[in-house]
Each structure stands twice: as C-alpha cells, then as structure tokens.
Design a protein around this ligand. Structure first.
Ligand code: NAP
Length: 332
C-alpha cells in the first residue's frame, strides 16, 4: 500500500510519528516520507536516527495553511498526528489549543483537497467522546471536521477517516514514564487520583498497526475504534512498584473516572467488527454511496445493541497485574 508512495505525517516527530515511520521503513519502500512539525531540534534529533534517503523534514505549523499546501504537494497519504494534547495546558491556554487542534485540522483538510491526496487519517482520542475538557472538545470538533470533509472533497477527491484510541503506554507525558520517574527518585507510594479509575490501554506498536490497517479498510467518514484492554490504575501501581500502596490525590480538573470510546448516544451509528468498531457518520454524503457494514478489506460488521457503550470501566477485557508487569518490561 505504501510502496513507492509519498506519505506526510503532521506531528511526525512525536511518539506516534516516530513509531509510524519505523514501521513504514521496515515494511515498505515509500518514495518519500515527509515529517511536518515546528521544532527544528526535535527534527534534528529525529534525523540522527531516521536518515533513509526517502526521509524529508519540513518545518511548519498546522496553523499555516499555505505552508501545508506546499508540503502536501504530490502526497498520496496523510496522517494527521500534530496536536496540543496536555489537558491542563489546554484548559489554561484554550485559544492556543483551538488554533492548533481545530483550525489546524481544517487547514490539513483544505491542503489535502487542494492537492487531491488519496487518503487521510486523523488521530483522535477517547477524550473526544463525551468530552469534559477542552482538549477532548477540540479533538471532537476535529473529528467532526474530518468526517464532514468527505462531503466537500467530491466523489473522486480525498477520503478522510479518523482513528480514535485510548492512552498509549509510555507516550510522552503519560502515566508510565511519570511513575517510572517517581520510582527512580525513591517515591514509596505512587499518587493515584481515584482508587476506581480505569483507562483503555494500547501500545504504540498496536496503535501504529491499527492506523496502517485502516488505510486499507477506509472508505471515508469512519471513526475507527480498536478493541483494546482496560486497566485499573491501582493494578498499574502494583505492577510497577511491586506493592499495592498509593496516595489518593483526588480527580484532577478535566479528568474522568472512566473513559468512553463509543458513546451510548452513538450506538445507533456504531458497527462491530472482529477487532474494532466503526462509528459511521451521522450525516449522509450526497455524492458517496457508502456501505459501512463492509469495508475495503472485505470484513463484515454488525450493528451494536441499542444501549451499547464502549466504556473502560465496563470493558470485558482487563489486563491483570501480571500482564501489566510483562508490558512494563517490554516498554521500558
Ligand atoms: N499519546 C497518547 O496517549 C494518545 C492517545 C490517543 C490519541 N493521541 C493522539 O495521537 C496524536 C499523536 O500523539 P503523540 O503521542 O505522538 O503526541 P506528541 O508525542 O506530543 O507529538 C505531537 C507532535 O505534534 C507536533 N505539533 C504540535 N503542535 C504542532 C503544530 N501547531 N504544527 C505542527 N506540528 C505540531 C509536535 O512537534 P513540534 O512541537 O515540533 O511542532 C510533535 O511532533 C495526537 O493527535 C493525539 O491527540 C495520543
């Protein structure tokens, strides 16, 4: 799928971007992989490890549509991973988060349409489902923009889809590196916001593979949600520290006790496949007749039940302390 193709990744120097590039370089022979992001130092450091002849490094901001239009010229596939994603920073600087996550999303869409890109996947988060913080709300708005973009791209224009998943184990700013740092500093009891807190859990490798597969599955307009396990934060504490001792510090502003990836209110649009769900668009695209029950990989899905909700606290699959311990070893 990616052989001899030009691929651009906004936010390509981030946790996802680097893993995605590794995957492409190990499994395909792309013509060009373009990294699009703002910070020259992160790009310089990435270049030390990723210096294959097909790599291109573009400094640019997703807030700058003209620059995006130039960068996306002749590109076949785009992954939109650039985002401001720290919940407290978004609460404190709301307009900055809106400019990057919402206006930036529309700029990416416009630049893809101008350049007649073939397929585009935007990364989303469980925090976009029934959002309670600004980060989640901006990602929900971005999801809506990408789904609706199929309406303005025309019958033969780009196809836009969204991939939504939960916490990525070990990504920048996430709980695993935070706990690891505290343990290295000799902290005895790790902080836990609430003893019942649960989260969806996905490794970066799984996230990358899911995005790659969805480039083959997508017809445009889907929000793809992988079936992934949940964890109890107190189990993570035990797996990482070796004891079930923690300090309860209280739920932080903008934080939920559990996360949701498919809200109950979207059940009537949601389709279950073997290893994922699809939330089909709530709007009909006037010039694209799409059957979301069958995808381009010929996989078939079924409607979920009326009150179905994909919820981290009600997930049938929880990782045990032992499984988390194994995962912790792998991601060290
Ligand atoms: N990590 C998770 O747990 C998780 C879970 C679910 C979904 N996601 C989603 O997955 C995506 C990627 O996450 P990640 O973990 O890879 O994030 P990350 O490590 O923080 O990387 C973010 C990337 O975006 C770039 N960026 C930020 N603002 C930009 C702008 N205005 N213009 C251009 N580039 C910009 C950053 O580089 P510069 O600062 O140099 O510009 C960096 O390359 C995000 O959309 C996030 O919402 C992440």
């Amino acid at each position: 799928m990616f052989n001899n193709k030009n691929i651009l990744i906004t936010g390509g120097t981030g946790s996802f971007g680097k893993k995605f590039v590794s995957y492409l370089l190990s499994n395909y022979s792309p013509k060009k992989i373009i990294i699009y992001s703002r910070d020259e130092l992160k790009q310089f450091e990435m270049q030390q490890h990723y210096d294959a002849g097909c790599m291109r490094y573009f400094i640019g901001d997703v807030r700058d549509k003209d620059r995006l239009i130039t960068a996306i010229k002749d590109v076949d596939y785009v992954v939109h991973a650039a985002a401001l994603k720290q919940v407290p920073a978004a609460e404190y600087n709301p307009n900055e988060c809106i400019k990057t996550n919402i206006n930036g999303a529309q700029n990416v869409i416009d630049a893809c349409i101008v350049n007649n890109v073939s397929r585009v996947i935007a990364l989303s988060t469980d925090k976009a489902a029934n959002p309670v913080n600004l980060y989640g709300a901006t990602k929900l708005a971005s999801d809506k923009l990408f789904v609706a973009a199929n309406n303005i791209s025309g019958a033969s224009g780009p196809r836009f889809s969204v991939v939504r998943y939960g916490n990525v184990v070990g990504s920048r700013g996430s709980v695993v590196p935070f706990y690891r740092k505290l343990l290295a500093e000799g902290r005895q009891a790790l902080p836990v916001t609430h003893p019942e807190m649960t989260r969806f859990w996905i490794t970066l490798d799984e996230g990358v593979k899911f995005v790659v597969d969805n480039f083959s599955r997508m017809q445009g307009g889907e929000i793809f949600v992988p079936k992934i396990p949940s964890i109890r934060i107190v189990d993570l504490v035990e797996a990482m520290s070796g004891k079930r001792e923690f300090d309860i510090i209280g739920i932080r502003p903008g934080e939920k006790l559990h996360e949701v990836m498919v809200p109950e209110e979207m059940a009537h649009h949601s389709i279950e496949f073997d290893n994922h769900f699809v939330i089909a668009p709530a709007i009909t695209f006037f010039d694209k007749n799409v059957d979301y029950f069958k995808n381009r990989l010929d996989e078939s899905g079924n409607s979920v039940e009326d009150k179905f909700e994909y919820h981290s606290g009600k997930n049938p699959h929880f990782l045990s302390v032992d499984e988390l311990r194994e995962l912790d070893k792998i991601t060290l």
